[in-house]
Design a protein around this ligand. Structure first.
Ligand code: FPP
Length: 232
């Protein structure tokens, strides 16, 4: 199969909780299984030649979940990066974080900042974790920064355009994703990359994220590509 892969692909990793419940496990065990699947998807993305992979790991709405689940999701990056970082270095993976990390507990913030720093000179795939991310919050904080710049006369109001605003978004250094996949059966964007998805293809899969894998990913890319060639 000769695949024309997206340069930037993003995934809303949904269905962890239901995956756990269906097996008589806890929702947190579902998130653990999701983290295992995430690593497989990173490897498959490298194999496919995807340059940027954005993963929705914790949304600004996720704070309203039960306290023990939130605590688990805050601890998970610590366990995950401690274990996986040496392998990420070997595979030349560059970690990026998109979102409001200032609000995170110290131990979570520390491991995310360290992971970005340790991998900053890697030149392979960029794995961009959207963590404490919300699309509306992203646009709002960018607008606030621009207003601040205008008030301080660093920017003239008549020069505020899309390109300038993009420079203040959390994703400023990244191109928009060509493809956004949501697993878990729901057909919603859930406050993910609201500005950046204006031209993205959206793909919804019924598979719970812990069951998503490289073969299914290849199939998604094949399906979306086939749709384009039929439409042309
Ligand atoms: C949504 O599923 C998923 C999340 C809120 C968390 C996703 C996180 C991971 C896959 C692991 C992240 C790991 C690191 C190291 C950053 P859900 O709980 O909403 O599932 P449900 O719709 O079945 O309830």
């Amino acid at each position: 199969m000769n695949l024309c892969v997206p340069n930037h692909m993003a995934i809303i990793m949904d269905g962890n909780g239901r995956w756990g419940k269906r097996r008589g496990l806890t929702r947190s065990q579902g998130h653990y299984a999701g983290a295992q699947a995430m690593e497989k998807i990173i490897d498959a993305s490298i194999e496919l030649g995807i340059k940027i992979l954005t993963l929705y790991a914790f949304s600004s709405e996720n704070w309203s979940r039960p306290k023990d689940e939130v605590n688990y999701l805050m601890d998970l990056p610590v366990k995950f990066f401690k274990k996986k970082l040496p392998g990420f270095m070997k595979r030349n993976i560059k970690i990026n974080i998109t979102g409001n990390i200032a609000e995170l507990p110290e131990h979570t913030k520390k491991v995310l900042i360290e992971s970005v720093d340790k991998t900053k000179n890697n030149r392979g795939i960029i794995v961009n974790f959207a963590f404490n991310y919300g699309g509306r919050d992203d646009i709002l904080q960018a607008v606030q920064k621009v207003i601040h710049e205008v008030q301080n006369k660093h920017i003239d109001l008549c020069n505020v355009d899309e390109q300038l605003l993009e420079h203040y978004l959390y994703t400023k250094q990244l191109p928009d994703p060509e493809l956004i996949i949501r697993t878990g059966g729901e057909k919603r964007i859930s406050n993910f990359l609201l500005w950046q998805c204006s031209n993205s293809e959206l793909y919804f899969s019924d598979i719970y994220f812990p069951d998503f894998n490289g073969e299914l990913l290849k199939q998604v890319i094949y399906d979306t590509q086939r749709k384009h060639s039929i439409a042309e």
